[in-house]
Design a protein around this ligand. Structure first.
Ligand code: DOR
Ligand code: ZN
Ligand code: ZN
Length: 348
């Protein structure tokens, strides 16, 4: 990495947690990621979820057909874990490099998670195979019990689900996705290298005051929900220590504007156009730019046993204003930080 006053050159980063959707949304959003990142771990929670090898192949093909020729981008596919998933399908997909990870959604924890896992004990055979073959298990860490306060759902999930899985399957490689609490940070810090976490730009930048004060902001609404400042500070602290168990995963999750600005507004923040710039500003604020490249471009690749990207990209200190909307009304998306000014831009 080359760090200058107004320029950062780093190995090309990867996004280890990304939703690109399908159809119009896919066409609108893909190039924001493919222009900047070398690879992205593609989430399988489509309306019709990616639950087998054939649907992953088809989805990958569709994504690749939309990547502009000048971009050097590889989508990495994940398999949606359902209670009826055949362990042989996971193994076959992993061995043939179609699946790079299995994604566990607790049933009804988030968007399109109704096919997810209701009873964690019912997937023992699947977890056994996951451990045996070494495919990483990516986890949306929230309990769904309606009696548990929404702000406590992640911490409870660690006690109630992660700990028991860990005890029973000590060798599973797992990623706690988009962590949002002090408890998750401390859990990873006290674990070995088989347990890692992704951190989003929005959970680093914001806390629940930003969501709820001065008029509720649906474009800051996501799962796991933004927590209090104490938790935000814990996430910021840990990236500034350079701990290699934490890496970049934007959880960029686009929805059309009318689905966000809605009485039943959906969770998900479309941050792909701005994520890298936001991460850079945060590492700079924390005086931790020396760890920026490892977080963006190295720690994740190492966890997944993949080579780091060979080429580089450069960020320059140049103010740009984030677009107000992407796409044409009514099929438009409001990007994260729309209308706001970013301090770092990607040099083209
Ligand atoms: O806010 C979120 N949106 N969190 C998730 O876990 C899923 C995502 C989506 O798919 O929209
Ligand atoms: Zn999630
Ligand atoms: Zn996600």
């Amino acid at each position: 990495m080359i760090l200058k006053q107004n320029e950062i050159t780093l190995k090309r980063p990867d996004d280890w947690h990304l939703h690109v959707r399908d159809n119009i949304l896919l066409q609108l959003v893909l190039h924001y990621t493919s222009s900047t990142y070398g690879r992205a771990m593609i989430m399988p929670n489509l309306a019709s979820p990616i639950v087998d090898i054939q649907s992953a192949i088809n989805y990958r093909k569709k994504i690749l057909s939309l990547v502009p020729n000048c971009h050097n981008f590889i989508p990495l596919m994940t398999c949606y874990l359902t209670e009826s998933l055949d362990p042989n399908e996971i193994e076959k997909g992993f061995v043939s490099s179609i699946f790079h990870a299995v994604k566990l959604y607790p049933m009804n924890s988030t968007i399109h998670s109704s096919y997810g896992v209701k009873n964690i004990r019912s997937i023992n055979k699947i977890l056994e195979r996951i451990q045996q073959i070494g495919i990483p298990l990516l986890i949306h860490c929230e309990v769904t019990d309606v009696n548990v306060d929404i702000f406590d759902r992640e911490a409870r999930f660690i006690d109630q689900v992660i700990e028991p899985i860990r005890k029973q399957f000590p060798k599973i490689k797992m990623v706690l996705e988009h962590i949002s609490t002090k408890e998750a940070v401390e859990y990873i810090e006290s674990s070995d290298k088989r347990t890692c976490a992704t951190i989003t730009p929005h959970h680093l930048m914001l806390n629940r005051n930003d969501l709820l004060i001065n008029g509720i902001n649906p474009h800051f609404y996501c799962f796991p929900i933004l927590k209090s400042r104490v938790h935000q500070e814990a996430l910021r602290r840990v990236i500034s220590t350079g701990n290699s168990s934490f890496f970049l995963g934007t959880d960029s999750a686009p929805h059309f504007c009318n689905k966000k600005e809605n009485i039943h507004g959906l969770a998900g923040i479309f941050n792909a156009p701005v994520a890298l710039s936001v991460y850079a500003s945060i590492f700079e604020e924390l005086n931790a730019l020396k760890y920026f490249e490892a977080f963006c471009s190295e720690n994740g690749a190492r966890f997944y046993n993949l080579p780091v990207n060979k080429d580089k990209i450069t960020l320059i200190r140049k103010q740009t204003i984030v677009e107000d909307a992407i796409g044409k009304f009514p099929n438009h998306i409001v990007p994260f930080l729309a209308g706001k000014t970013l301090d770092w831009s990607i040099k083209i």
